[in-house]
Ligand binder design. Structure first.
Ligand code: FEC
Length: 314
């Protein structure tokens, strides 16, 4: 009989319906309900997404399934069976629900991974903390992958995506040199830097590795999707960067949101609607690389990392 290992696959989470947005937003704000205007503004953003309101739910479901299939493929000739459980940061099934389900199913060993390649105290560390606390209550040993931002297959697939869009620019008359590639990721409060957080450095490492592999002649890193709070967030924001590039007469921009692994609000609204609107205003041609979603190479990255982590602790 094969040995069952639980895999807690953690992701940000999204509301289940428009009626759920308030509870979701309140959870993100650590229990403080948003004001009526803030709530309306967030609902409006969800409703503006082309092709459906909450794509992250289906995308995460598909990623978990894709990862499960990849793990089965990798372990078919072994006596190990990895079983994936979903745990979301801000929506049902919460991280705690995922761990509890593993315990209820009789899982006695587990590995946890986040659907975000870069480590930060405000993202991955907080997922891990919650999972660990619940696992301890159930005496369930669980080890975690903290980051995988330089996994060769991640760099390969992101480089392919950058190349594909650079070629599209070339087909429409721009040279590669004329296109500025903007690698981007979710901003965080500036105070993470004084905490020695590796987030920014890891993002720079991923950007450099892709730029080298894809032979990108002209690139820079920028932040996006900063939170609506009073404290300073890491910048420059993508919209400010675009304005600066317009002043430098840069006409072609390719945005590569390397901190995200699927299509959701921060990609489909912040980049595809908000940044596109600005691009039209300032007469800039803006494209974005396709999101990873269930890209088989990304599924391989996740499966490789889980198997590697399991072997490391055994
Ligand atoms: O499609 C969806 O429904 C969800 C899209 C979504 C993703 C996402 C990923 C990250 N966030 C990160 C950090 C913060 C911090 C705050 C914060 C706030 C929001 C709000 C929404 C939201 N985030 Fe998010 N984030 C997504 C959506 N995020 C909506 C609330 C309204 C707003 O400010 O726009 C500030 C609150 C706090 O202090 O906690 C910080 C990071 C990631 C990428 C890593 C990960 O996926 O965990 C970091 C997707």
């Amino acid at each position: 009989m094969s040995k069952k290992i639980g895999v807690l696959v953690m992701s940000y989470g999204t509301p289940a319906s428009l009626d759920d947005v308030e509870a979701y937003y309140t959870h993100i704000r650590r229990g403080n309900p948003p004001g009526a205007e803030q709530l309306k503004e967030l609902k409006d953003r969800y409703e503006a997404i082309v092709g459906g309101v909450f794509p992250l739910r289906e995308n995460t479901d598909n990623q978990v399934l894709g990862m499960q299939n990849m793990l089965n493929e990798h372990t078919k000739d072994s006596d190990l069976e990895f079983v994936c459980y979903q745990g979301l940061k801000h929506a049902f099934p919460f991280i705690e629900d995922g761990v509890e389900k593993m315990a209820a199913d009789g899982i006695t060993e587990a590995v946890g991974i986040v659907l975000a390649p870069h480590y930060s105290t405000m993202s991955v560390a907080s997922y891990i903390k919650r999972a660990k606390e619940t696992a301890e209550k159930h005496n369930l040993p669980i080890s975690f992958i903290e980051s995988y931002h330089l996994h060769p297959k991640l760099i390969e697939t992101l480089s392919n995506r950058v190349n594909a869009k650079l070629e599209l620019f070339e087909e429409t008359g721009a040279t590669r040199e004329q296109v500025r590639v903007l690698f981007s990721a979710h901003s965080l409060p500036e105070r993470i830097l004084t905490m020695g957080d590796p987030y920014r450095d890891q993002l720079m490492e991923t950007s450099k590795a892709i730029a080298e592999r894809a032979n990108v002649p002209s690139w820079q890193f920028t932040w996006q999707s900063a939170g609506r709070t009073a404290e300073p967030w890491l910048g420059p924001d993508v919209l400010d960067t675009m304005q600066e590039l317009a002043k430098e007469q840069v006409k072609y921009v390719l945005v590569a949101p390397i901190g995200f692994v699927s299509d959701h609000l921060e990609v489909l609204y912040d980049l595809d609607i908000e940044a596109q609107e600005l691009a039209t205003e300032i007469d800039m041609r803006l494209m974005r690389i396709d999101s990873l979603n269930t890209d088989p190479l990304y599924m391989e990255v996740l499966a490789d990392e889980v198997i590697r982590k399991y072997k490391e602790v055994h």
